[in-house]
Design a protein around this ligand. Sequence first.
Ligand SMILES: [Fe+2]
Length: 491
Amino acid sequence: MGLFNFILQVVAVLICSYSFVSFAVHGYKIGSNDIPSTLDGPFAPHTAPFDVSLRGNAVDLPDTDPRVRRRVKGFQPEQISVSLSTTYDSVWISWITGEFQISNHDKNITPLDPKSVASVVRYGTSRNPLNHEAKGYSLVYNQLYPFEGLQNYTSGIIHHARLTGLKPDKLYYYRCGDLSIGALSGVYSFKTMPVSSPNSYPKRIAVMGDLGLTYNTSTTINHVISNDPQLALLVGDVTYANLYLTNGTGSDCYSCVYPDSPIHETYQPRWDYWGRFMQPLVSKVPLMVVEGNHEIEKQVENQTFVAYSSRFAFPAKESGSSSTFYYSFNAGGIHFVMLGAYIAYHKSSDQYKWLERDLANVDRSITPWLVAVWHPPWYSSYNAHYREAECMMVAMEELLYSYAVDIVFNGHVHAYERSNRVYNYTLDPCGPVHIVVGDGGNREKMAVVHADEPGNCPDPTTTPDQHIGGFCAFNFHDWPSSRSVLLGQTA
Ligand SMILES: [Fe+2]
């Protein structure tokens, strides 16, 4: 099934006044001399065709799978996860208490009261006693479909608490919950990021995209766990709950699930299944998520991204964005910029102005590496989603290039692909390397068809996506995808 995920090993050497990339796909011996750097490029294109004998048709984990079933009682915490704040001295812990409720649209559901369960984390550098305490906040969200025959969902109580005053590169133990009602979790642990400097980096970073919740997802996550990363990134498309009707019936095909439905439904319990499935990894390894198109999940009053924005904690305020759709953080000597492709990105938008401020504040003598992450790729030779995000590229590529971004990670296209250094469709030693990791294992099909194969050049009128905005690929026929020009490796 191609390469499910990409384990990044960084070695910083200065070039272009900043830095360059030396990375290795898992399987290479890290530190061996046969790993080329991008300074050795540009490389000739190499394509490893998808092996159709592998599990190309991923199958969702059923709700009977023990990994997705509720394993706690009452208001005991579950779906426990860690995510980073902007700097090493702070992290977020998130968890859920109480059971979700789902019922027909004409029956009233009384949501759980978020204030009925406290949001407390006890933590410290030794398992016992846990000397420090953080108090957080809680919320409940609804996914409502006011249509005949559809079902409404209200979540369990979602808790987020921010731990502060942490030391770098240190193991911390924690328990979360509400001791006053006897609902405290077991003891979990995480390791903080190293201090930000050119000489300190997280040991390994797992980068995943388009995960879903299938048996193939399970292969991806087992692979990630076995590689013991210190940080994990998820570049959008999380649970694929929107491939389900509210009655829990699913389909492999996004466009054919809803021929008669008045609104594109979702089955929100899949989010709870996903949170339980991921807990063994993300209760220990911080997970940083950015939104994909499968998180849009439109509901009543045109609300979107409600599950995404409610369930994850983001260092939004800490990084000056006040939005769950874009934010930044440091991990050792790397500054990560997480961008939103499904909200305004044009030059007068809040996101663009925030990005200008954020990039202007990056000190490359402290964080030599600058990595940008968003969901739909700008550079991809696959037919699927071909040049779909061109308007975002037109708006933002110059800004990212002017600050010498080293690497871009994307998903969306269900394949692995890595470019040479590129800017404005031209090989450029100071442009970023673009890496697509959309092969996380979701139930949709893998991307296998390349746009530069005979007869496959996509029709420009089919490429825009209504959620990304506009059609900007005006030089469409001047750039017929061309693996032969730009791309270093596809698989
Ligand atoms: Fe996507």
